[in-house]
Design a protein around this ligand. Structure first.
Ligand code: FES
Ligand SMILES: [Fe+2]
Length: 368
């Protein structure tokens, strides 16, 4: 049984590429592990356990000296960008024991995101971080929120993103489009990059758009496809496409692709980032000098504050014993229920892999 309440064996976002500048140390807590991450002088992003191999001092408090070498701020052990110790001031004769090195954390930079694997390293190659091409493609404009610490288990955000029936009343007054939440939901499932995904689809024809959508996407009456997908435990992708009736997919589509990343810090906290992307040449109707992406991003902080408020309150109620309480599942909760099942199954698989890993040396000793 897992002691933690989240999937550990997963690629999680540590930040957007632009958050990692050359030779600038960043400290993170991901899946209850302290990590230090930086961009080395050769341009590659590297990640390690943040504890100096000498006496656990956080390396993220250190500094770079010549040639991209990191010096621990406590006793001055120095490391190169592979995590190898290259200098021990207390050993002026140059003796460096081979175990003087940092524990590397698998890291992949792809499509404008930096992903780390804080779980069982044996399983990292079974999964690939999902693609997010719109974030790094110059034909798209991408605007991101930066990291937001949310005092709630990451599952509460994933569920919030999959179930938009909360738009009314939680977001009444901004994106609280009641008619949208009444549209029938289709559920789609599949597997990609080793991950099982679950996606909701709302299709509407001859749909009268609320004023803010007209501002962003111009058309008043549209055919519309709207999907919310838990791509992995670390990423939810939202796509919205609209076009005049009968014209979807004919080159006049407008819309956005919105990425949410949810990176568990521990059982009760996660880091949420959003990144909204729109075709770079799409300007808003309300203010043609402003891009659609900027108009949308301008509206998000208020919406996100409402979700943040709800997630924190929900987490607070999670702290009580059930004591006869059980949640009610509605038709609109279908995707959320599948997401929970997928995540529970992933946790079960990672626990089994850990047991097998722990049993390996014992089995080898028994057969020796
Ligand atoms: S703890 Fe880093 S050098 Fe001693
Ligand atoms: Fe919301």
């Amino acid at each position: 049984m897992n002691a933690h309440k989240y999937v550990k064996d997963c690629w999680y976002v540590a930040g957007l590429s632009h958050e990692f500048k050359t030779s600038v140390l960043t400290s993170h807590k991901i899946a209850e592990q302290p990590l230090v991450i930086w961009r080395a002088t050769d341009g590659k992003v590297v990640a390690f356990d943040d504890r100096c191999c000498h006496k656990r001092f956080p390396l993220s408090q250190g500094r770079f000296i010549a040639d991209g070498v990191l010096e621990c701020a406590y006793h001055g052990l120095c490391y190169d960008s592979t995590g190898k110790c290259v200098k021990i001031p207390a050993h002026p004769e140059g003796n460096i024991p081979p175990q003087a090195r940092l524990r590397p954390i698998p890291v992949i930079e792809q499509d404008g995101l930096v992903w780390v694997w804080a779980g069982n390293p044996d399983r990292a190659s079974l999964f690939q971080p999902p693609r997010t091409p719109e974030i790094s493609d110059a034909k798209w404009e991408a605007i991101d929120s930066g990291p937001m610490m949310v005092p709630a288990n990451y599952l509460l955000l994933i569920e919030n993103l999959l179930d938009i029936t909360h738009f009314y009343p939680l977001h009444d007054g901004n994106i609280g489009d009641y008619a949208n939440s009444l549209l029938p939901i289709e559920l789609e499932e599949g597997e990609e990059g080793g991950y099982r995904y679950v996606r909701t689809r709302r299709s509407a024809r001859n749909y009268t758009q609320p004023p803010y959508f007209v501002d962003w996407f111009h058309y008043e009456t549209v055919d519309r496809e709207h999907t919310h997908c838990m791509v992995t435990p670390g990423l939810t992708r939202v796509e919205l496409r609209v076009a005049p009736p009968g014209k979807l997919g004919t080159g006049v589509d407008r819309g956005y692709t919105l990425f949410h990343t949810h990176t568990p810090v521990d059982d009760r906290n996660h880091v949420w980032r959003w990144c909204v992307t729109c075709p770079a040449d799409h300007m808003s109707r309300g203010d043609p000098t402003k891009s659609a992406a900027k108009r949308i991003a301008g509206m998000f902080p208020e919406v996100v504050a409402q979700d943040h408020w709800a997630l924190e309150k929900q987490q607070h109620m999670m702290e009580y014993d059930d004591n006869g309480y059980s949640e009610l599942f509605l038709r609109s909760d279908k995707a959320l229920r599948r997401a929970r099942q997928i995540l529970a199954q992933m946790q079960h698989e990672e626990a089994k892999a850990l047991e097998a890993r722990a049993a390996k040396p014992a089995a080898a000793a028994a057969s020796a």
